[in-house]
Structure formats: structure tokens, C-alpha cells
Design a protein around this ligand. Structure first.
Ligand code: KG4
Ligand code: ZN
Length: 352
């Protein structure tokens, strides 16, 4: 059993949590959405500065709400890759410093492994192997989870990530930031069949389409052209609810098709979903229907654990801790790191 203090500052949420294996003792998320909203997207320098301001208080609150002192903490974990380097450095430096001061082991955690682990907080009985659809602001991947730290990417987007597509379409519809939750809300009042949109298939040199890879930039451009056409025809106001519903259903259909093909081809009967777009109601509906039709078990984290949080980082860290993984205090932040290289985070690194 491992009790972990976990920190997450890879993007625009400052988060701290205390997790005991797969039980969340406390979780604190200080969102920066209001701060970045006027810019229409995340400003990395502003994100880093706000993590510095908010992290100390978030850690104190997480420890107090968990009702544990330092004597009960077995290890300290922080997200170290991938993400905005300046933002990552805040949590990583705080985590390493606390580990050193309190003489606890330190573990750097891969952000996407955290999103995968959010599923264990919903379903403690989840066991590898299973397929994970990771859909966030920066990633869209189909991953075979073979065990703690053991991942094989089977499919991915060739251009925009799913969350990025939601954010860009929301921006072109003038809906604000972040686009995913806004489109999701609007889509519930619209008709998804109003506008047929292209799913975005990746052609193969030998003919046919890649069964698992996706593309969302063509879909985004199709929405842009459609909006330009409606405007040129004098349609005012734009039917934003129908546009949002049609776009969301196209993304959900495209992802679901790939999940089903991949699960079938690799003989995986359980599908877990992670990342901010896992909160999307259209995706949940399409995947649940397909799961019932194809005899798959599909698992979603609770909504609060789909977007960035430290509980998922703590959950991943507890598993690594229990299998003996430790990071060196020389571990740095990395803007990119393939999920297949997670175990590199636990290779011995000399303190420089
Ligand atoms: O996982 P996350 O919090 O941060 C990253 O690691 O990227 O994901 C953020 C992304 C944003 O693009 C946001 O628009 C999207 O997740 N998102 C959603 C929903 N909630 C958040 N997309 C679709 N529907 C939602 N309900
Ligand atoms: Zn994330």
C-alpha cells in the first residue's frame, strides 16, 4: 500500500492530491480557465506564473483535506512529461524539493499514463490487457495497456488532436475557450444529422484506409467552409447548436469506429477512455452503444477525473511505487515523451 502526494502542472490546471493506491484521499484542482479565456487559448508564460502562485496553497489544502501528515506519505510524485515545459517545471521542482526535504522517494509521472490511470479510480477491478482511447487537448491515441509502464500505441491522429479540434471549431464559431465543454452543451440542443461532415480517413499507399489512425484537420476545415457558405447565403444567426451537434457526432463516430476495429483486431474486450474529451457526452453515447453491440466492456473515468487532475497522477505513481520504481532527483521536464518510454523516467539519473 502506497500513500502518494501527487502534483500536476503540465498545462492550465494547478493540481495536488493525496492518493492511497486506488483511493483518492483528497484532490484539489485550481483551474486557470478564467485567466486564459480573454486570450482564446493558453498562454504558456502566464500558465507557469499562475502555477507558482497557486501550487503551495493547493498542496497545503490537499494534505489537510486528506488528514495526513508527512509521516503518512510514502512518496512524492509530479508530472514531468509531456506538456508545457515552463508549467511542468513548477510542479516537478516543487515535487523534487518536497521529496528531498522530507526524505521521501520521488517519482516523475508521464501525463498520459495519468489519464490512463484515471480509469482505475472509477473501476478498481480494471486489469490489463485492455485498449485505452486517449483523447485530450494534445493527444488522440489508441493504446494497448499491457501493465504498469507498458504501453503500445496502435493508432493516433495524423494532425490535430480531438480536443484541439473541439477548441478550434468552437473558436471559429465564436463560442469561446475551452471549446469542448461549450460544444458539448450546445450539441445537446441541436440535431446531429443536420450537416453531413467528413470523418477524416487516412489513405494507405496500397489502397484503402488506415483502420486506427485519425485526422481532424479536414473536419475542422469542412466546418469552416460550411460556416462561410451559410454566412454568404445570409444565414443569421448561425445554427450553432446544429453545427455543434453535427461536428460532435462526426468526431464521436470516427473515434468509435477506430476503437471497435482496434479492439476486435487485437482481441481486447475492455476499452477504457482517458483525457479531457472522455468527458464528451456524444463520445460516451456512441462508445456505449457500440460496446453493447460488439460485446465490449467500456469504462469512463468520472467527469471530474477526465480533465487534468493530480489524483490520476497519484494513482499511476502508487502503482510504480509498489513495483519499486523511483526517479532520480536529476529528472528534467520534457515537452514530448513517447508513452512507450515511460520506464526511462525510472532509470538512474545522477543529481547534477
Ligand atoms: O486532458 P485535458 O484536460 O488536457 C490535456 O492534457 O490536453 O484535455 C483538455 C481538452 C480541451 O481540448 C477541451 O476542450 C477538451 O479536453 N474537453 C472536452 C470536453 N471537456 C474538455 N471536449 C469535448 N467535450 C467535453 N465535454
Ligand atoms: Zn491532460
Amino acid at each position: 500500500m502506497a500513500t502518494i502526494l501527487a502534483l500536476e502542472t503540465s498545462c492550465d490546471e494547478t493540481a495536488a492530491a493525496v492518493v492511497r493506491d486506488r483511493v483518492v484521499l483528497s484532490t484539489v484542482v485550481a483551474s486557470q480557465i478564467d485567466i486564459h479565456q480573454p486570450y482564446g487559448g493558453i498562454v504558456p508564460e502566464v500558465a507557469s506564473r499562475h502555477h507558482v502562485i497557486t501550487l503551495g496553497e493547493s498542496i497545503s489544502v490537499a494534505l489537510a483535506q486528506a488528514g495526513v501528515g508527512w509521516d503518512a506519505i510514502d512518496g512524492v510524485a509530479a508530472t514531468c512529461a509531456p506538456g508545457l515545459v515552463g508549467a511542468l517545471l513548477v510542479g516537478l521542482t516543487a515535487g523534487k524539493t518536497l521529496a528531498m526535504v522530507h526524505q521521501k522517494p520521488f517519482l516523475g509521472i508521464h501525463h498520459l499514463e495519468g489519464h490512463i490511470y484515471a480509469n482505475y479510480l472509477a473501476s478498481a477491478d480494471l486489469q490489463p490487457p485492455y485498449l485505452c482511447l486517449l483523447v485530450s487537448g494534445g493527444h488522440t491515441s489508441l493504446i494497448e495497456v499491457k501493465g504498469c509502464g507498458q504501453y503500445q500505441t496502435l493508432g493516433q491522429t495524423r494532425d490535430d488532436a480531438a480536443g484541439e479540434a473541439f477548441d478550434k471549431v468552437a473558436r471559429l464559431l465564436g463560442l469561446g475557450y475551452p471549446g469542448g465543454p461549450i460544444i458539448d452543451r450546445l450539441a445537446q440542443q441541436g440535431n446531429p444529422q443536420t450537416f453531413p461532415l467528413p470523418e477524416g480517413n487516412i489513405s494507405l499507399a496500397e489502397g484503402g484506409f488506415h483502420p486506427y489512425d485519425s485526422s481532424f484537420s479536414g473536419l475542422k476545415t469542412a466546418v469552416l467552409r460550411l460556416v462561410e457558405k451559410l454566412r454568404s447565403e445570409g444565414v443569421d444567426p448561425l445554427p450553432v447548436a446544429d453545427l455543434a451537434a453535427s461536428f460532435q457526432a462526426t468526431v464521436a463516430r470516427s473515434l468509435t469506429r477506430r476503437v471497435v476495429a482496434c479492439a476486435r483486431d487485437y482481441g481486447l474486450t475492455t476499452v477504457a477512455v482517458g483525457g479531457g474529451v472522455a468527458a464528451n457526452s456524444g463520445l460516451r453515447l456512441h462508445l456505449q452503444r457500440a460496446a453493447a453491440e460488439h460485446g465490449l466492456r467500456v469504462i469512463f473515468p468520472p467527469l471530474s477525473l477526465c480533465t487534468d487532475n493530480a489524483a490520476m497522477i497519484g494513482c499511476a505513481a502508487a502503482d510504480h511505487f509498489n513495483q519499486g520504481d523511483r526517479s532520480g532527483l536529476g529528472l528534467g521536464a520534457q515537452s514530448r515523451l513517447d508513452l512507450a518510454r515511460v520506464m526511462d523516467l525510472y532509470a538512474p539519473i545522477p543529481v547534477t
